[in-house]
Write a protein that binds this ligand. Sequence first.
Ligand code: FAD
Length: 491
Amino acid sequence: MGIEGNYILPSQNLELVEGWGMSSDAVAYVFRPSTLQGIRDVFEIARTSGRSIAFRGAGRSYGDAALNSENVVLDLTRFSRILDWNPDTGIIRVESGVTIRQLWEYILPDGWWPPVVPGTMFPTLGGCASMNIHGKNNFRVGPIGDHITEFEILLPTGELRRCSRQENPDLFYAAIGGFGMLGCFITLTIRMKKVYSGLMEVEPINTPSLDAMIRIFEERMERADYLVGWIDGVASGKNLGRGVIHEANYLKPGDDPNPAQTLRLDYQQLPDTILGLLPKSILWRFMRPFVNNAGVRFVNLAKFLSSRILDRGGKKFRQSHAAFAFLLDYVPNWKRSYGVGGLIQYQSFIPEAHAAGAFKEQLTLAQRAGFPPYLAVFKRHRRDDFLMTHGVDGYSLALDFRITKKNRRAIWALAAKLDQVVLNAGGRFYFAKDSTLSAPSVKQYLGESAVRKFRKLKEACDPDGILETNLYRRLFQSPEAADAEPVEHAR
Ligand SMILES: Cc1cc2nc3c(=O)[nH]c(=O)nc-3n(C[C@H](O)[C@H](O)[C@H](O)COP(=O)(O)OP(=O)(O)OC[C@H]3O[C@@H](n4cnc5c(N)ncnc54)[C@H](O)[C@@H]3O)c2cc1C
């Protein structure tokens, strides 16, 4: 397609695009090319029409990371071919629109599993690389970027550049986690993890307080493959931060009497009905009456007490990889139970030494403001070498807040207070989950030299500055972003 002159964008491409949490949206010109030339054409269309471009994978980021109001959204979901797979080495090469689901379903029957997955199987690998996602095993294996050996990225200049730890390393370490601001991932080469069964061994551990939860994480992280904590965000006083940890471990060769069976896909699929009767697709409607302060109090208490009863039996059980990894996919569209205003997730990352104090303070602030989180998930992390990293040697707490027309302003005010707790503790934030951060806070946690280096790389890769998202404008281009004095701090 040749494009000349002042191109006017076609109105039939106008669509309403939402952040996954449904609390932010944008009207944008959406293009869904299926070839490299098609992507180049969209670059050209944007340039000649004076619009910016945001890349979008599956749109699973909670906030505005893949939105671009009144500009172009370049949707990569048709870029979804698996290009090369070697079941002897576990190295796979994919197009960037391949989803986590496509990936695990392709490799598991050969005895492999993705080394890092998020809590849902729908994101694309381009989106995951762009945010440098972490799993429940981050403390053990690092983020997905630690397992990417090479990628090809199309720069807005039209150049297709190959990057690895040896070739263009600066771009390698900045584009992974670079939230789509340096170029478009075209292909990714990733190393998979060998598994000897389709099952994991899972152990639930009831924890009466946040201190107890942290103690158990620290004790077990040397040997556990996965650790994740659910926290009762409503419990206060001496019960503040109580919850349940799930530890999961891969089975060793010989532990599974029938790996040929458990590695089959039909063994992994999440069932379509509850108790064989109720279609799961309508389950969110039954959850809706419980998505309020009183309902969540009741559900959390029931969950905590039932786990305490089970804990007495010290029960370990075996669960498929998919069921353990993608628990959040078990109820389709569960986000709709939050109502039309949707939800935001506030996830912050705090170094280990300050984690207990900072997260107790956050939970107390939220409860006192009348907004206890309706879901709270706790994970252990480690540091990594990527420029825009959210990784710390410490913990993250992800808090889900329901958004309504009435509470929106108050939740944003609460988030600003929570930010202060994070900054005081030397913590970090994560763009995939963000809706509320301000430009000065971003400069402060990333530090001056990282922001400067990132801006320099952006100028080199995207000299006309055509790559933007709503998140980028909010955090890097607002007047506050220019004014804010960056503060250097040790990580
Ligand atoms: C229920 C749920 C659970 C989750 N659990 C976790 C979790 O456990 N851990 C975790 O880390 N995250 C988690 N996430 C967040 C999710 O993994 C990230 O937001 C991921 O980036 C989504 O991928 P996507 O394909 O939907 O990308 P999008 O959300 O569409 O885009 C994300 C970013 O990637 C950019 N982008 C997309 N494709 C490309 C490309 N080809 N080239 C360059 N840039 C691109 C976009 O511009 C945007 O900045 C969860 C999300 C949900 C909804």
